[in-house]
Design a protein around this ligand. Structure first.
Ligand code: GCU
Length: 435
């Protein structure tokens, strides 16, 4: 009877949560999810070096030709969905360049990239800062931002763009122009001047430009724009979700960076926080032109092992964010052990390129240890390809970065991107890009 009561209370709570509590509110969710290491339970990870037919991968050629494509296909089919091929040509419009931005330290430019390949069509605005005075093309960090390009800095020259948002009260989509007061709101996550002073360009685009982030957001997003029937599309079980759409948009930003003489597109580090970290990992897996990938607190559906029962679960993420992944992913809500892949294999798809996974101690929802373990279990692939991975099998203490081609740290503090994180990423990028 007591058990029955517990189950029904949990069900009622879960229903309430899926409707009334903001999914971001991890603390409110904590009662229903496991945060106790001793209760994680056993699990068996798929071996990234054993093919579906049982063949053991013994060399780089077999990895490249057989296993890598197989894992990529499994992620497409079961997790992120299948994205369309890149468009034949890049269609874009250049905004004016301001060579005196940030007190003359950088040149700022906004570039409108038409993601459906039609002038005046579905457009994302790429904001680019290139440090002034460089003698050679510079490496760059490219990252998606959450709430608008203008939130990354106080620079008054950044355009505030309109974006589709969900009006929860009226239960409808609205095109909203963010308020001037939101300028610079996320400045703490984007230490522009520090990054530029280290000789890197910074490029960013906002998620809503590619695809607004709510269940019906795709109707105003890239996926509808690329579909023949737009908002009437019926998605197939392995069609792409919003995470893949964001990733696809990031690849188009790279298409553009390839056209510039002042940025070295062969040294672009893709960075993303949280859900946008999931998008960065997937974009880096799909698009091997990205020379480095950085996952900042990406958690479930990103760097954290899905099979580890700690923090957010597959069922929870598919319920809170039904639009992020492909429909097939929902099949694993009740049985994650049946998922043919796990996060360590996502990391392995980035090999032999440098990848950095970062966790935050208090960000239990994202399962910091599970993020470390996926980096660790990707290591055999890096080693097969002749790279040193993490160089440790133990979860390092806080604020102690480790690793060579696979970087990792868990810092003190909350779910966020901090100066400490950036200091680690800049050091990592220097080591790999400025050899
Ligand atoms: C929620 C979600 C996470 C996600 C995070 C974010 O907490 O459950 O999976 O990473 O939002 O993007 O901020």
């Amino acid at each position: 009877m007591k058990r029955l009561f517990q189950i029904s209370t949990a069900l009622v709570l879960a229903t309430l949560m899926s409707t009334t509590i903001l999914p971001e509110d991890a603390e409110a969710q904590s009662a229903l999810y496991n945060y106790d290491e001793s209760k994680v339970g056993p699990y068996t990870l798929p071996d990234p070096l054993v093919c579906a037919d049982g063949t053991k991968i013994a060399d780089a050629k077999a990895w490249r030709e057989k296993r890598r494509p197989e894992i990529l296909e499994l992620f497409r089919t079961h997790v992120y969905g299948r994205s369309p091929a890149k468009l034949g040509k890049l269609v874009h419009e250049l905004g004016a360049a301001d060579s005196k931005a940030l007190d003359g330290k950088a040149t700022r430019q906004e570039i409108r990239i038409f993601l459906d390949g039609k002038k005046g069509g579905h457009c994302m605005t790429l904001l680019l800062y290139v440090p002034n005075g460089a003698k050679q093309p510079v490496p760059a960090f490219l990252g998606m931002n959450f709430e608008g390009n203008h939130t990354i800095d106080n620079d008054p020259g950044i355009t505030i763009t309109e974006q589709w948002t969900w009006d929860a009260k009226e239960k409808t989509s609205k095109l909203v122009k963010p308020n001037e007061a939101t300028r610079g709101k996320s400045i703490g996550r984007w230490p522009l001047e520090v990054i530029l002073a280290r000789g890197y360009a910074v490029a960013t685009v906002t998620r809503a430009d590619v695809e607004p982030d709510y269940a019906a957001g795709w109707k105003h997003g890239l996926r509808a724009a690329l579909s023949k029937v737009g908002a009437n599309t019926q998605w197939k079980a392995d069609d792409w979700g919003a995470v893949a759409a964001w990733g696809w948009g990031l690849s188009r930003a790279l298409d553009y960076l390839e056209t510039r003489g002042d940025v070295d597109a062969k040294r672009v580090a893709l960075i993303g926080h949280s859900r946008l970290g999931k998008a960065s990992l997937w974009a880096g897996a799909e698009d091997e032109r990205f020379a480095m990938v950085i996952s900042n607190n990406s958690g479930e559906g990103g760097a954290a092992l899905a099979r580890r029962n700690f923090g957010e679960t597959v069922e929870r993420i598919n319920t809170s964010f039904p639009h992020w992944f492909c429909t097939n992913f929902k099949k694993y809500n009740q049985d994650v052990s049946a998922l043919p892949v796990d996060a360590h294999e996502l990391i392995s798809l980035i090999a032999p390129r440098p990848v950095y996974v970062a966790s935050a101690e208090e960000d239990k929802w994202a399962d910091p240890k599970g993020e470390f373990l996926s980096a660790k279990h990707a290591e055999p692939v890096y080693q097969l390809l002749g790279k040193k991975g993490l160089g440790t099998s133990d979860w390092p203490p806080v604020n102690t970065p480790v690793g060579e081609t696979i970087g990792y740290h868990v810092r003190t503090g909350k779910h966020d991107v901090t100066d400490y994180d950036w200091a680690c990423y800049l050091g990592f990028a220097d080591r790999h890009f400025k050899k």
